[in-house]
Design a protein around this ligand. Structure first.
Ligand code: C2E
Ligand code: CA
Ligand code: CA
Length: 696
């Protein structure tokens, strides 16, 4: 049980007041008793002495017993005198006085007591068995006549007198007690009030947790000291709390920063791959339970790599940020945009109401990039290619959903950049075929499934001056595959260098026979890809080839498309000047299909322009195409470059090109690509076809 200080102090106060009152009372009662006893003694001595004197007179006169009795009867006046006995000098009882009220009660007893006792009593007053005994000699020593014994009540009168005293003093005591207790209470209250205030204050602090408050200290007593100490303590607590808070804030900031770093892309501020995967996972779980649709839009930026390479990484970074910002503006609150890696982004569309709505979203996104983005000094015309998948096709598996959207995006990229493609099951079949092709390339090199076909290039003089090596793949599992299908796959899957290496080695292997089947000055061209340039292996490979077979290059021509050349301009220039120094030559393939600007032509190391088949197909019927073709022919003439027209399929085309002094022609009219075994037949055929033109 908890007892308050107030209660304890009050109890102590009351107990002390009462006990002091009691002790005072008991002391005064004692004192009263002593005083009473002394006064009784004194009066008793005086009374017995006087009575003894009177008795002595009577005894010496006539010893009249009547007079003696009368002398004793005077004690009747004294209420508390119990009895008086007169003895002669031999202690024989002469006369007795007995208080009337005690006559019946004590007579016998008294006589027995007094008959034995008086001799032993001292002279004067003594107290024995609740009575005063006063023994007085009658007469002087020599003339001793007898003794007088007077007994006087002791306890009764004292008790009575004490009661009287109490009657008088008790009310006073009670008043004093009441005053003392009230005073104690008041003092306690007065003294404890600041303490109580302090208690209330500390209770308030502990409830409100507001440690900035301070107790107003007044005076310099113990409570004030305690209050000051509490204030100091509060100061320390407040300081500690503030410091802790700062540390906590720092920790929270650090935690948030770490969370941001782990979950958000630093450049664009968008959720990163890791974070979006978690979000997608959770969303799919939720929506799968509710059987609700989730759609994914996977997209990347068209030509991002080339923009990055040509304009620098800073521009590339800003482009990524700008694309992120543009797309974010077009999305609803519940749609999440994330940057997966590089220029690849993902949009999660939860619960799209219909395919049409999804289509509208993709339209909005693709058309947002119709106008060029201005970044630094550049006006960049780009676009985004989107792939769309939804849980209806892919189910609720994260990987399937993403890979289906990726497959669809691959379609947009390959067939129409800047558009959106919705996933369909045919794409999955194609994608699986894509995977089989990627995986099959290395085996094809090892198992000799590749073969080179050669297509003659004939001069306007009717001489086969060149052969283009074109690869063929007869796969055991996939059947015969066109290079137009597997070369782009090999390029994007990093397998192209294996093919190019194989082609160069094969051409070099075939070279003696090729010279034999055509002529000694023949130039064998082969196709290289931009990926061969970028990865850098080709430069090393050719340098090594030159050092091992210094003359081999004389018969070799590198065909590279203009976009590949320009993709890595410096590296291409370095490689091709080395090739040209070693006696080799370079042809710009598929000319006219890529860049619109022709200014670069004066800055690159090439020998030949190969005009793309697209210009040859139609020029006979279309005067504008003919005009373009004529311009190309004139331009290359003026730049001192050889020109080779591809896809020559008929007599009209051949005749016109010869008249226009096109240096070389290549196409089915002269000869299709053929295996080396049939090459001499193909060469003959090409020359015969030339003759058949009947120009000369
Ligand atoms: P390309 O370098 O433009 O090769 C010419 C393509 O046109 C060849 O197709 C050839 O067969 C075809 N062709 C030739 N004359 C005619 C014609 O009169 N009419 C029509 N319609 N087509 C004609 P092919 O062999 O299917 O090769 C397609 C493409 O695959 C090549 O286009 C080239 O880009 C690539 N390719 C072929 N072999 C290789 C190779 O060994 N390495 C690399 N990197 N690419 C290769
Ligand atoms: Ca070619
Ligand atoms: Ca070509």
């Amino acid at each position: 049980m908890k007892l308050s200080i107030r209660f304890k102090l009050l109890t102590i106060g009351i107990v002390s007041v009462i006990s002091s009152a009691l002790s005072v009372l008991s002391v005064s009662l004692n004192e009263h008793q002593t005083l009473y006893a002394n006064s009784v003694k004194e009066s008793l001595v005086a009374l017995t002495e006087n009575t003894a004197d009177d008795i002595l007179l009577i005894m010496s006169d006539n010893n009249d017993s009547f007079l003696l009795r009368s002398a004793l009867l005077r004690f009747e006046r004294y209420e508390h005198i119990e009895y008086a006995i007169l003895y002669d000098q031999n202690w024989n009882q002469i006369e007795i006085y007995l208080k009337p009220s005690l006559i019946n009660k004590f007579e016998k007893e008294l006589i027995t007591i007094t008959s034995k006792a008086p001799k032993n009593l001292p002279l004067g007053v003594s107290v024995l068995e609740n009575s005063f005994y006063a023994l007085q000699e009658i007469g002087e020593n020599k003339f001793l006549q007898g003794y007088l014994l007077v007994t006087h009540e002791y306890s009764n009168p004292i008790e009575k007198s004490q009661k009287e005293l109490l009657k008088l003093t008790l009310p006073l005591i009670f008043i004093i007690l009441a005053v003392a207790i009230s005073a104690t209470l008041f003092t306690i209250r007065q003294q404890l009030f600041p303490l109580l205030k302090l208690t209330v204050f500390t209770r308030h602090i502990s409830r409100s947790k507001n440690y900035s408050k301070r107790f107003t200290v007044k005076g310099s007593d113990e409570v004030s000291t305690l209050a000051s100490s509490i204030n100091t303590l509060l100061e320390v607590i407040n300081h500690e709390i503030k410091e802790n808070q700062e540390k906590n804030n720092q920790l929270t900031e650090q935690k948030e920063a770490m969370y941001r770093l782990a979950n958000y892309d630093q450049l664009t501020g968008l959720p990163n791959r890791r974070h979006v995967m978690t979000l997608l996972h959770e969303l799919l779980q939720k929506h799968s339970a509710l059987d609700q649709l989730v759609a994914l839009l996977y997209f990347d930026i068209d030509y991002f790599k080339s923009i990055n390479d040509r304009m620098g990484h800073e521009v590339g970074d800003k482009l990524l940020v700008e694309v992120g910002r543009t797309v974010t503006k077009l999305l609803e609150k519940d749609q999440i945009l994330a940057r997966l890696a590089g220029d690849e982004f993902l949009i999660i569309i939860p619960n799209p109401p219909s395919k049409q709505v999804l289509f509208n979203i993709t339209e909005k996104l693709t058309t947002a990039f119709n106008t060029p983005l201005v970044i630094e000094k550049w006006s960049i015309q780009t676009g985004i290619s989107i792939g769309v998948s939804d849980t209806h096709d892919a189910g609720y598996k994260v990987n399937d959903l993403i890979s289906y959207a990726d497959i669809a995006m691959y379609h947009s990229k390959n067939f129409k950049k800047g558009t959106a493609t919705f996933f369909n099951s045919q794409m999955l079949i194609e994608s699986q075929r894509h995977t089989l092709i990627v995986n099959g390339i290395i085996d094809a090199v090892r198992d000799n499934e590749f073969q080179l076909y050669y297509q003659p290039k004939i001069s306007n003089q009717g001489i086969v001056e060149g052969l283009e090596a074109l690869i063929r793949w007869e796969s055991k599992t996939l059947g015969s595959l066109s290079p137009s299908e597997f070369i782009p796959i090999a390029e994007t899957s990093g397998k192209i260098s294996d093919i190019t290496k194989w082609v160069i080695d094969q051409v070099l292997d075939d070279l003696p026979r090729l010279l034999e089947y055509s002529n000694k000055n023949i130039v064998i061209s082969f196709n290289i890809s931009s990926y061969d340039l970028i990865s850098g292996w080709l430069e090393d490979y050719i340098r090594q080839l030159i050092s091992v077979r210094p003359n081999a290059l004389q018969h070799l021509q590198f065909e590279i498309t203009e976009s590949s050349y320009l993709n890595d301009f410096d590296q291409a220039n370095r490689l091709f000047s080395m090739v040209q120094e070693a006696g080799g030559s370079v042809a710009l393939d598929d000319f006219g299909t890529g860049f619109s600007s022709l200014s670069y032509l004066s800055r690159i190391d090439i020998d030949t322009i190969k005009v793309d088949r697209a210009f040859i197909d139609n020029f006979i019927n279309d005067y504008r195409e003919k005009a373009v073709l004529n311009s190309i022919l004139e331009l290359s003439d003026q730049l001192g470059l050889n020109i080779c027209c591809e896809g020559v399929e008929n007599i009209e085309q051949a005749k016109y090109l010869i008249v226009k002094k096109c240096h070389l022609m290549q196409g089915f009219y002269f000869s299709a690509p053929t295996p080396i075994e049939e090459l001499s037949i193909a060469v003959d055929q090409a020359q015969q076809r030339y003759q058949a033109l009947g120009l000369f």
